[in-house]
Design a protein around this ligand. Structure first.
Ligand code: IMP
Length: 184
């Protein structure tokens, strides 16, 4: 059986939604200042295009930095996420917005939020391009993104930064992906 791709969200739909999300986020963070701007933490590498477009559409003071958390192999979560970048970022007393490509079981965002809460962030919220709430683990029910691009069913998706074993990130639309049975 060959790999199959089905368009789920088009580039135009995603771009429109990002502008709406930026307006929602800007309205919510009216209180941030030039002295203590919103700290946007983009998860590498999947959220890089989403975060780049989002942060440039914000109308409140903001800074961007990057974190890296590994959790997937092929189409399957591999268990505990590994946090291997971002330890240097000073989050104490900062308003942190974590920008993620997709929230699935919730383990990655639970790890990230706990890490930054332990370091004394003033507030921590999640903005995710996609959310798969039906996949959330019981232990991660507290992972509730404040800003969601699109809520989707339990599908494996690629494109717009999302990958399958580092492939298909550059596809212009978000596509449902069915790997060749020998490849998955
Ligand atoms: P979680 O820890 O299970 O919530 O997984 C979140 C991470 O898994 C995301 O940052 C993605 O890297 C990856 N992931 C989850 N679902 C998908 C998918 O459908 N396509 C591509 N990557 C996914």
């Amino acid at each position: 059986m060959a790999n199959t791709f089905t368009v789920l969200k088009t580039d135009a739909e995603i771009c429109t939604r990002i502008q709406e999300l930026a307006a929602e986020i800007s309205a919510k963070y009216q209180y941030v200042t030039e002295e203590n701007p919103l700290l946007v933490l983009c998860t590498l590498r999947g959220a890089v295009f989403f975060a780049a477009d989002l942060i440039r559409a914000l109308t409140v003071p903001a800074e961007i930095d990057f974190i890296k958390v590994h959790s997937y192999v092929g189409t399957r979560p591999m268990g505990s996420p590994i946090f291997d970048l971002g330890e240097h970022i000073a989050v104490k007393d900062r308003h942190v917005l974590v920008v993620e490509d997709i929230v699935d079981t919730g383990q990655t965002m639970a790890t990230v939020m706990q890490n930054f809460a332990d370091k004394g962030a003033e507030s921590i919220q999640i903005c995710t391009m996609l959310d798969k709430p039906s996949r959330r683990l019981e232990t991660c029910k507290n992972v509730v993104p404040a800003f969601i691009g699109f809520t989707i069913p339990d599908l494996f998706v690629v494109g717009w930064g999302l990958d399958y074993n580092d492939k298909y990130r550059l596809l212009p639309d978000i596509m449902e992906y069915h790997p060749d049975s020998e490849e998955s």
